[in-house]
Design a protein around this ligand. Structure first.
Ligand code: COA
Length: 376
């Protein structure tokens, strides 16, 4: 039998059909359910875009209101989860606590129901997870860092409540708006590793909890969602090592050592600007006044971007500006990648729904390069 061409990292391989989203690199557009993601982020709030991603159509005004309410009314998590975070070893990362938390929720469904992957059951499950993952992530962070838990407030909006649970203080309108727009930019992105992982798991007819648990593990990696934490850590290192004037030397040294600059490059865009990064970078000078060294950080951003483009022809992906923006919003660094997952939960739910609706088991082949013919 002739084997098809092997593509390391499955680069360029078509894994499935989908109507959720598509990276139309030629026209530099991220298409989400037929709309340009950047236009959605500019014009709508996150919960409306989440509705679109999950249901396939934009909500009308009453659906919009109801869905926003549904998310906040379902945000509370079982008491056992708060206790679970207390029992976790203090070194547990928030991302790992989130992974465990998502998995834990499966136990609240009967075995019969859990085995039911019908559209309606999955829809309910997906929305429940979307509502609960922020509370899991933030509560895990607070408990693991010795802080008292801030329970979700069902009387305020999704993004306002998200920031409120993180800081314990009601955020101002500008911060809420910036957070909401970042959250929308992260909502869905075709077939990244985590979405692929979720679909591969779902394709065994395993349940959505398992699929999302796998996606959390995937997103944690620094080549994927973990890049937003790595990017801000690098910028802060440059800041303490001499500030914007040292950004060029810092970047050049890393490149000479053949190290990666986190928040740059992308399997699909690679030599083009990620449209989300292009949109969000304008928020950096706007939020710079929120923190003492904001303008310096903004200058470092630009310097590293310039050097990476000059030296490698690479552009920032969305994790680069987002790492900086979260910092300017006063969000603790260990929450950056978990927050990414919370946004992406809408996309993951949509993909698991789609996978279960028209399933074929993922089961690729290999090129064997091991030994043969051994006997014992
Ligand atoms: N810093 C420095 N060089 C980079 C780079 C980066 N961030 N991203 C890619 N490159 C270079 C590689 O060194 C390689 O150059 P070479 O051919 O001279 O060796 C070339 O670009 C291709 O890289 P490769 O790793 O083969 O591409 P990929 O498609 O497998 O990887 C990423 C894509 C995203 C994993 C990669 O760009 C990366 O590691 N980026 C940093 C992590 C990150 O920001 N991840 C978030 C993605 S949204």
């Amino acid at each position: 039998m002739e084997m098809p061409t092997y593509r390391p990292g499955l680069e360029g391989v078509i894994a499935t059909t989908t109507s959720v989203s598509y990276l139309d690199v030629d026209i530099e557009q991220i298409l989400v359910r037929g709309y340009d993601l950047i236009e959605l982020a500019r014009e709508l709030k996150y919960s409306d875009v989440a509705y679109l991603v999950i249901y396939g159509n934009l909500p009308n005004s009453s659906q919009s209101e109801e869905f926003a309410k549904e998310l906040t009314s379902k945000a509370e998590i079982p008491e056992e989860l708060y206790r679970l975070f207390e029992l976790m070893p203090k070194n547990t990362s928030v991302m790992d606590a989130l992974r465990t938390g998502v998995s834990f929720l499966s136990g609240y469904e009967s075995p019969d129901r859990l085995g039911n992957n019908s559209y309606d059951t999955n829809l309910e499950r997906g929305i429940n997870l979307l509502a609960k993952v922020p509370t899991i992530a933030v509560s895990a962070y607070r408990v693991l860092h010795g802080l008292s838990v801030v329970r979700p407030n069902p009387n305020i909006g999704y993004s306002e409540n998200f920031l409120y649970m993180i800081t314990g203080i009601l955020p101002d309108a500008e911060s809420t708006d910036a957070f909401d727009k970042i959250h929308t930019c992260y909502i869905e992105h075709e077939m990244p590793n985590s979405t692929f992982a979720a679909r591969v798991i779902a394709s065994t007819l395993s349940d959505m909890y398992g699929a999302v648990t796998g996606a959390v593990a995937s997103l944690k990696g620094p080549l994927h969602g973990g890049a937003n934490e790595a990017a801000i850590k690098m910028v802060l290192e440059i800041l303490t090592d001499g500030g914007p004037d040292k950004a060029e030397a810092y970047t050049m040294n890393k490149l000479k050592r053949r190290e990666r600059i986190m928040g740059f490059g992308h399997r699909v865009y690679m030599k083009k600007y990620d449209p989300r990064a292009l949109f969000l970078r304008d928020y950096i000078p706007r939020l710079a006044d929120n923190i003492p060294n904001g303008m310096q950080i903004s200058d470092i951003y630009k310097k590293v971007e310039y050097v990476m483009n000059r030296e490698k022809g690479l552009y920032p992906n969305t994790d680069y500006p987002i790492g900086i923006l979260y910092y300017m919003l006063g969000i603790p660094i260990p929450l950056y990648t978990p927050i990414f997952l919370c946004s992406r939960m809408a996309g993951l739910a949509a993909h698991v729904l789609e996978q279960h609706d028209d399933n074929r088991l993922f089961r690729p082949r290999v090129i064997y390069n091991g030994r043969r013919g051994l006997t014992i």
